[in-house]
Design a protein around this ligand. Structure first.
Ligand code: FEO
Length: 179
């Protein structure tokens, strides 16, 4: 049986992952409305990935005899200054999620719940990858020139990255892999 404070902390992480999905969905919608179909596509795939992160924790908690709670969520921001601004926000959010996973991991080790700590290793590795990808996107936006049509040029790159990302998600089984 999972300890109560570990259960509470996992439920908090479930909320944060679902909120991440919602935040990126709002960003995807904004990008689609503002002439960035490639970036929108990338963000829509990211939305699906975050939902999978949430689902994995729901199943894990229920499988361990806990009770996953599906939370109410605050509305995400609906408008942004620019595409670089969107990705700055994505990076800031991913850094927040990394810190949150680390905090959850610390709670598990303090409680000697090494089974959950071991399960969280997947999330720790995933966060390294997510932060790295977004930093690389921001570098590319900077190189393309944030004020000189660079974001529009970058949009073709986003379309290619989204295709690779969607293929990787399909290969992993997507949401079906965690049902
Ligand atoms: Fe699931 Fe991008 O944090």
């Amino acid at each position: 049986m999972i300890k109560k404070n570990v259960e509470t902390a996992i439920n908090e992480q479930i909320k944060r992952e679902e909120h991440s999905s919602r935040i990126y969905l709002a960003m995807a919608s904004w990008a689609e409305q503002n002439g960035y179909p490639g970036a929108a596509n990338w963000l829509y795939v990211q939305t699906e990935e975050e939902r999978i992160h949430m689902l994995k924790l729901v199943h894990y908690l229920n499988d361990r005899g806990g009770a996953a709670i599906i939370p109410a969520l605050d509305a995400p921001a609906a408008s942004f200054k620019s595409l670089p601004d969107v990705f700055q926000e994505v990076l800031k959010h991913e850094e927040y999620i990394s810190a949150s996973i680390n905090e959850l991991y610390a709670i598990c080790t303090n409680e000697k719940d090494f089974t959950t700590a071991n399960y969280l290793q997947w999330y720790i590795t995933e966060q390294i990858e997510e932060e790295k990808t977004v930093r690389s996107i921001l570098d590319q936006i900077k190189l393309a020139g944030a004020d000189k049509g660079g974001p529009f040029m970058m949009d073709k790159e986003f379309a290619a990255m989204a295709t690779v990302k969607r293929a990787a998600l399909a290969l992993s089984g997507g949401a079906n892999a965690v049902i």
